[in-house]
Design a protein around this ligand. Structure first.
Ligand SMILES: [Zn+2]
Length: 581
């Protein structure tokens, strides 16, 4: 029987899939593009239609339609499989090999979340004799209406309500045969000495979906503020929800971002749904994203912006223009600028958020705010000049402290010099004085710039190494579990010893992926050879960086010869691999 993977591969060409995300150019028998996985000006991303694969000579990213969708969309293998199966018109349900009949852990969690979503949705049409619950859900619905949400929007976004009670959802899920552990793992209930109780109580429930549209978590807004509880409560990290990799609304926004060639970033759930309702389907929301200054948080923001950035370089920040909003927007702006994105800020009055603007002044006012959005640098400059009220020294200080750090983040030197001229023209400060200060800012912020750079590199490295490591390990785990092996798994384990540790807790997923790919395929050995080379290349690059650092920090001259010899060997091996392609 032909597996879904093979059916999909037969129906969808790599050309068709990749060109639905990025623009391709002909290059002989192949196609090329600017690589979506690293920032570049000239195309080094090549697609081979005959082999059904892609390879980037700039960063080493490589794979097939499945890895492409996984990395581009930030999905796991099953998410990519669902998305591509939908697109190819291949049914997944009918495909049940004997050993697949047992539902995996993640499937159970997805299903628990789906059941919970339905449960919360149904609470809006509650007809019971429990008058309190009915009253609550009516109030919740009335609240949403008062904020300007239409029935269709509530339905489309599958918004629901969690009644203020201890274990309604828990009891419901138990009746659907979910275990305590599953309910807890899905982040829906908490365990205490007195038993289990629902995590979300008395809250309006906004489902959070991944880019393939699977619901993976919730954000709950409190209905009646008791002064003690958080206004918004999000699901904890779970095996299916990684907080760092999801912007809310991305599943509904991605096509529109690509078509309109820009995205709108708002803060809250209600901003998001109202913006969609007003016709701006290219809107995503950041709420819940870690907003601290740590390097992890920087990686989170880069991850979050990743898909949006790959779909379009243009982004409009539409945050509540109060101070907290500006700070949050600033963190995104800094990283977006350093990713080479074109960052604009929507023109809204201070203290007004997008939801207020849309519900009170209508969709047209929102359209105007977007249309009149301004590049981040002149936006900040205007604000600084307004705050300083034409006090020259204050303006100078404001520019130095609040603006030049962003100019410093700009990726391109041409842009930098463009904005320095603009700031000089508007503020009357001489260009060379600004340049001098920019140099000082540059050295003061060296640490931060380095951190952003490291975070960027970590994310990029993950993008190109992860899929290969996962696929190879999957094959090895799968073969290890078989009696009649087609290959010796130890060869893979030996090379990927470290990665094996990292991925051992998702072993079942990886086996599933490998089986889907190779159970009925003849390409196993050929693919392994190719992936082993790619991964070797990646490891050599990492080794090279380490050796360079060693060389730089060298105290003992005697070691120098040894390290140089090693570097020479690495480069020679890299050349061999390159020539074998
Ligand atoms: Zn690349």
């Amino acid at each position: 029987m032909n597996s879904p993977v093979n059916q999909i591969k037969e129906r969808l060409s790599i050309e068709e899939v990749v060109s639905s995300y990025i623009k391709l150019e002909r290059a002989g028998a192949n196609l090329k593009a600017k690589c979506p996985f690293h920032n570049e000006k000239t195309p080094s991303f090549f697609i081979s239609p005959s082999r059904g694969s892609y390879y980037c000579f700039g960063c080493g990213a490589s794979g097939d339609i499945f890895t492409f969708v996984e990395e581009f969309e930030g999905l796991d293998f099953k998410g990519a499989l669902k998305l591509l199966a939908d697109r190819a018109g291949v049914k997944l349900e009918s495909y049940n090999r004997e050993n697949k009949e047992k539902e995996g852990e993640k499937e159970r969690l997805y299903r628990a979340i789906e059941e919970a979503t339905l449960f919360f949705e149904n609470n809006f049409s509650l007809k019971t004799n429990q008058s309190q619950a009915e009253k609550e859900s009516k109030n919740a619905l009335a609240y949403l209406k008062s904020r300007g949400l239409e029935d269709k929007t509530i339905k489309d976004f599958r918004i629901g309500y969690a009644i203020l009670d201890w274990r309604r959802l828990y009891d419901f899920l138990r009746s659907k045969n979910f275990t305590d552990l599953e309910i807890e793992k899905a982040g829906l209930a908490k365990k205490t000495e007195k038993g289990m109780y629902d995590r979300f109580r008395g809250r309006i429930m906004f489902p959070i979906a991944d880019s393939s549209g699977r619901i993976i978590a919730f954000s709950g807004r409190i209905l009646i503020d008791d002064g003690k509880s958080a206004k918004y409560l999000n699901s904890p990290e779970t095996p299916i929800y990684n907080k760092s990799s999801v912007l809310f609304g991305i599943d509904k926004a991605k096509d529109s971002i690509r078509k309109n060639n820009f995205s709108i970033l708002v803060e809250g759930q209600i901003d998001l749904v109202l913006s969609h309702q007003a016709g701006f389907k290219n809107t995503v929301a950041s709420s819940g994203t870690a907003m601290t200054d740590s390097i992890i948080s920087k990686e989170n923001i880069i991850n979050n912006l990743g898909l949006v950035n790959r779909l379009s370089k243009n982004i409009v920040l539409a945050y509540d223009a109060d101070k907290a909003g500006i700070n949050a927007a600033n963190r995104f702006a800094k990283i977006a600028l350093s990713l080479g994105m074109d960052v604009k800020v929507a023109k809204m009055k201070e203290g007004v958020d997008p939801a207020d603007l849309i519900s009170k002044e209508g969709a047209d006012a929102w359209r105007e705010a977007i249309r009149n959005s301004q590049h981040f640098i002149p936006f900040m400059l205007e604000r600084i000049m307004k705050d300083a009220m034409s006090d020259g020294r204050k303006i100078g200080r404001g520019i130095r402290e609040r603006l030049l750090p962003f100019v410093n983040d700009l990726e391109s030197s041409i842009e930098k010099s463009h904005f320095i001229t603009l700031i000089s023209n508007k503020s009357g400060i001489a260009e060379n004085a600004l340049m001098e200060d920019l140099k000082k800012v540059e050295s003061e912020l060296k640490y931060e710039t380095e951190e952003i750079k490291t975070a960027k590199e970590n994310v990029e490295k993950k993008l190109r190494k992860d899929p290969i490591e996962r696929r190879l390990l999957g094959i090895a785990f799968w073969q290890e579990s078989m009696q009649n092996r087609a290959i010796d798994p130890e060869i893979i384990f030996k090379k990927l010893a470290k990665a094996r540790e990292v991925y051992k807790n998702v072993k079942e997923d990886l086996i599933y992926e490998a089986e889907e790919f190779y159970a009925t395929s003849e390409d196993l050995q050929k693919d392994i050879n190719e992936m082993m080379l790619s991964i070797e290349e990646e490891y050599l690059n990492e080794e090279l960086v380490r050796k360079m650092i060693e060389l730089k920090n060298l105290k003992d001259k005697k070691e120098e010869i040894e390290i140089l010899k090693k570097i020479n060997e690495i480069n020679k091996r890299k050349e061999e691999i390159k020539n074998s392609r």
